[in-house]
Design a protein around this ligand. Sequence first.
Ligand code: PCA
Length: 324
Amino acid sequence: MTINTKHLAAFILCAVIGNAQAETNWDMPTPYGDSNFHTVNIREFAEDVKEATNGELNITVHSSGSLIKHPEIKNSVRRGLVPIGELIMSRLANEDPLFEADSVPYLASDYDEAWELWQASRDILAERLEGQRLKLLFAVPWPPQGIYTEFPVETGDELQGVKMRAYNKSSERLAELFDAVPTQVEVPDIPVAFGTGRVDAMITSPSTGANTRAWDYLSHFNHAQLWLPKNMVIVNAKSFDALSESAQKAIDTAAAEAEKRGWEASKAETDAKIKIMEENGIIVSEPSDALVERLKEVGAAMEQEWLERAGDDGKELLEAYRAR
Ligand code: PCA
């Protein structure tokens, strides 16, 4: 081999290797802020994928709805505008009530129950998404949902007429059943919504309360532990199928790890964020017996309504969950 042909061979080899490792860049819209544990977990997922594929697949996370607003994320992934994205599952309640099972009050209100509900519902939800050419990668719950107000809530009557921030159908319905006035507000817009008086109360987790500095506009948190809504990460099936087999495997592995890590982070988040709120002057209390009774009544009514909407599949899901 002459020097020249040797060089040529090396050049071709580099070109082939280079080609085999052609970079794929994915933009990933997510709805919540950078400091939120879901976002932190997703960035780690993106890092893991990058590392496992030796840079073949690069996922850039666009947090806080900065690339695509929360209400548009699912359809943007479906249409292939972006290959991957995160959203809260119960946002799909209007198109399919099954996605709202995790937001029925007191159906699954601690981590063990939430896990069992997830196990009982994962396959059917993945199947529903598959029907839309979407692949469900993983889901992670928020800490249990409680009630934030500017006054103590003893019986629930105090919520009458109060403008309440909601983020899904359940939080909206719960407000209605307490004769409050619900308004949908995305997390990045919470401080402005309170600052301008659009809302005076909210249902959310200790996590979102602390991340949005609830102490700047509210004084009480009732740790009612109503439900643990989940965020999910979905990917466009066509984009996924276009990846090399090894990149697909890297995603699946990183997703399984992200789910595990995310559930652990969520659990740790509850106490850590309650502590931060207390340190900042929020009065944290457990619900009184009277409030629990009222919430249970409202929860039972909402479960009934949900069952009517969700039909046989909903019934089956509930039975599978309760049999566990
Ligand atoms: N935070 C999100 C969803 C549930 C939660 O804890 C929100 O408030 O919109």
